[in-house]
Write a protein that binds this ligand. Sequence first.
Ligand SMILES: [Zn+2]
Length: 228
Amino acid sequence: MAVKPRKRAPKPRQERRFLPDPTHTSRGIALLGFAGAALLGAGVYGQWIQKEPWPHAVWLVAAGAATVAASMLLGDRGLKPLRVGDAGVALEDGSELARLAWCDVERVEVTEGKLVLRGKPRSVELPISAYPRAVARLLAEGERRLPRVFTVDRAKLGLPEPVETNGELLPVDGLQVAGQHCAASGKVIAFERDARVCPLCAEVYAERHVPEKCVTCGERLGARAVEI
Ligand SMILES: [Zn+2]
């Protein structure tokens, strides 16, 4: 008979990765793309398909290609994959992750179609139409984890209901807490292995100073604080 483990292993910390919605392109940028494609098409026709090349066809090709490239660049501008999960939210910037933990979100607002999370060390702005599923998930998790801060009325935003199949499930990695201050004792955490994290709001504590209750979200901690 298998021996029952005395302590249940902590649940692995996970997060979901969402890509910006590919249909999110402003009408202006889409028109620019069409115009570029038309110029390019005309240029190719004039330069290589006509028996006698048009005198300025090569310039049409160049202008068309540049316009298409510009529309692609503008359409993609600033929209990065977004992660939402146990560690908070994170925007991917190449191989780096710019993280904002739940416990560091100070205010949540909706302005001009964007969800804005104000906090430290950074604020995060998300165009809602580009990340509908991610924003739905983010607000639902925020309400559960830090209800005093996440007071935005989700129902008014017309978001889809978050479901388990949304986003790609990944383990939380790239979390750096060395150098941060313990939220209970104020002491600097020298090594990642000395840190413990609140499973609900991701507040960080030094191993020796984990309080009974999380100072930020009130979750019961003690032995439930998790290693990174
Ligand atoms: Zn907490």
